[in-house]
Design a protein around this ligand. Sequence first.
Ligand code: NDP
Length: 505
Amino acid sequence: MVKTHEKPIFIKEVKRDMYQMVINGKPADAKSGEMMTVYNPATGKPIAEVPKADREDVDIAVEAARTAFDHGKWKRYPVGKRARILNKIASIMRGRFRELVEMEVINSGKTLSAAQGQVMQAIEDFEFYAGAIVGHRGDVNNVPGQFFNYTQKEPTGVAAQIIPWNYPMMMAAWKVAPAIAAGCSVVLKPASLTPITAILLAEICTEAGVPDGVVNVVTGPGTTIGAYLTEHEAIDKVAFTGETSTGKDIMAKASETLKRVTLELGGKSPNIVFPDADMDAAVNGSIFGIFYNTGQSCEARSRLFIHDSIYDEFMESFLAKTSQLIIEDPLSEKSHVGAIISQTQLEKIHSYVEEAKKEGATVLAGGHPLKVEGFEDGYWYAPTIITGVTNDMKIAQEEVFGPVVVVMKFTDEKEVIQLANDTRYGLAAAIWAKEQGLIKRVSDGLQAGVVMVNCPFSAFPGTPFGGYKESGFGRELGIETLDLYTETKSVLSYAGRKPLNPFNL
Ligand code: NDP
């Protein structure tokens, strides 16, 4: 399974040893002068330093965003001008595609092909929202009598955007593109483990002509500056992606000032294979569904339900093909599975597997950390397949966030819908089958914000993405996301000849 690393096709060094925050369109250090070290998880080696901001720095960034929103020109630009600048951001990103991809690989340990797809999607998000905002407008409503009502969409204000480490560039784009398209200003806080591409994105926004203060990036611990952002009086909206428990804290804090909140949280997504499924497609898609991004995905299909009648055939192929996954230099074009983000995350994954074994589960493949040649000090975990699991076990209920799948059998449609929904999460689900009626019934029965049918992909610009239940609320990536960065103003006027006198005074 582990292959030795071949000649890298890209550079292996970052170009700067220090990345500054972007506040009010300028590079900024923390006022305290403190820095944090950023590592490459594939090698375990430091790659750069970034400022470790505290509340004082957050106040400065929020003030810059507030001023840009309240007194700046961005929200007043004709919508076509904002759209042109979003397209310019996308075009600069295209020009720097290779550098952004490299940076994403080096900072997150993900594979080259994963980073290429994610950076490309980040670019397309800006292009999508450049187009979408032009058509995002209010309405005219019929009101009985001689009244006239129209609605208009106005930007919500200043958004705090807090993102995780698993898709650093893509999450930054999912957040920033719709917000600035709508005319908002943002203070973006990337994960402390992966801040670099968010900083590069803010620099690109400035270069593309986004006015100072509209896109700010602060780097520092979530428990201090992230938490402060979510309770800051000058913030109007919080958009968060990350763990469900952090989302709950954020919602509680944001409620004190009634901030608008969008939460994209954890998942324990089912992947259901019916007897009439195309076996190869189902096996290939199920492998991608869990091992893509090293399983560090909120939408990872980490619970695999296989119909009893095809279980043996499916598992034989699933195991054989999993053993062919290539794990080597993440910058290699052939690499399928990358590194784990940190030693802490590696230990967390392994402890879930060990606990499952104690509960009686069987590890059919993997189940241990890996040493990858040339990357011995990095954090790696073998693609892991676990059977002998029931849906109530911890390994089947909690988000492992690593390359670990549990496999269970089912015998009928109703049973599998019930099992699939028997989780506190409801982010995504996949169905592998041919019969249209069955697909429709199962899709209708699943409590999930995204259902994939004979398809391992869950997110494209224009397709709303988000969760049911404790996977959060609010949709990203869709047209409706623009509604989450705007308020609707309803204007009601009287058009009659005779002045109104409702009290007959
Ligand atoms: P968190 O939810 O803790 O962090 C996500 C983001 O929120 C980071 O930018 C983090 O900052 C910030 N943050 C942390 N605490 C707070 C807070 N109290 N208030 C405001 N912001 C905060 O996830 P982690 O990255 O720490 O990962 C923990 C676990 O969450 C993982 O093991 C994994 O299981 C799961 N996870 C789920 C994701 C998903 O999309 N479903 C994504 C990432 C992780 P900082 O980086 O500085 O801590």
